[in-house]
Write a protein that binds this ligand. Structure first.
Ligand code: FEO
Length: 171
């Protein structure tokens, strides 16, 4: 069984992961509106991955005999000033998610919930990759500035992202 502090915190994280999915889908829609198809595809895949993260919490709460409570998912932003602005925000968002995960790890230690702690380790590792991938793209976009040829090259490169194998962790 899960205690109620862990149950509530895990339900909040489930909501946060679904919000991440919604945010990245909104970014995909923005890129579609800018005709940046590669970036749009990359963000769609990112949205799917966040949904998978949410489902990991969903399944874990269930397996531990907790009760899942779905609540309102916040409305995401819909417009950005540039592709760089999107990836600046992606980096900030992932840093925020990392701190949420770390808070959950702290809570699992406080509550001596070893199963929750082990479950969360996957997310600790995943966040290192998520942050590093987003930062790499942001840094490239900072370098290209207003060079549209370079921007389209990055767009093509991001369009080559493939879905990870089942259970994989591609960011
Ligand atoms: Fe589920 Fe991008 O963290």
């Amino acid at each position: 069984m899960m205690n109620s502090r862990i149950e509530n915190a895990f339900n909040e994280q489930l909501n946060a992961e679904l919000f991440s999915s919604y945010l990245y889908l909104s970014m995909a829609a923005y890129f579609e509106s800018q005709n940046l198809k590669g970036m749009a595809a990359w963000m769609q895949m990112q949205a799917q991955e966040e949904h998978m993260h949410g489902m990991k919490f969903f399944d874990f709460i269930n397996e531990r005999g907790g009760r899942i409570t779905l609540t309102t998912i916040k409305e995401p932003q819909t417009e950005w000033g540039s592709p760089l602005a999107v990836f600046e925000e992606t980096c900030e968002h992932e840093a925020k998610v990392t701190s949420l995960i770390h808070n959950l790890v702290d809570l699992s230690l406080e509550e001596k919930d070893h199963a929750a702690n082990t479950f969360l380790q996957w997310f600790v590792t995943e966040q290192v990759e998520e942050e590093s991938t987003a930062q790499e793209i942001r840094d490239k976009l900072r370098l290209v500035k207003d060079n549209t040829v370079a921007l389209f090259m990055i767009d093509q490169e991001l369009g080559r992202r493939r879905a990870p194998a089942a259970g994989g962790t591609e960011a």
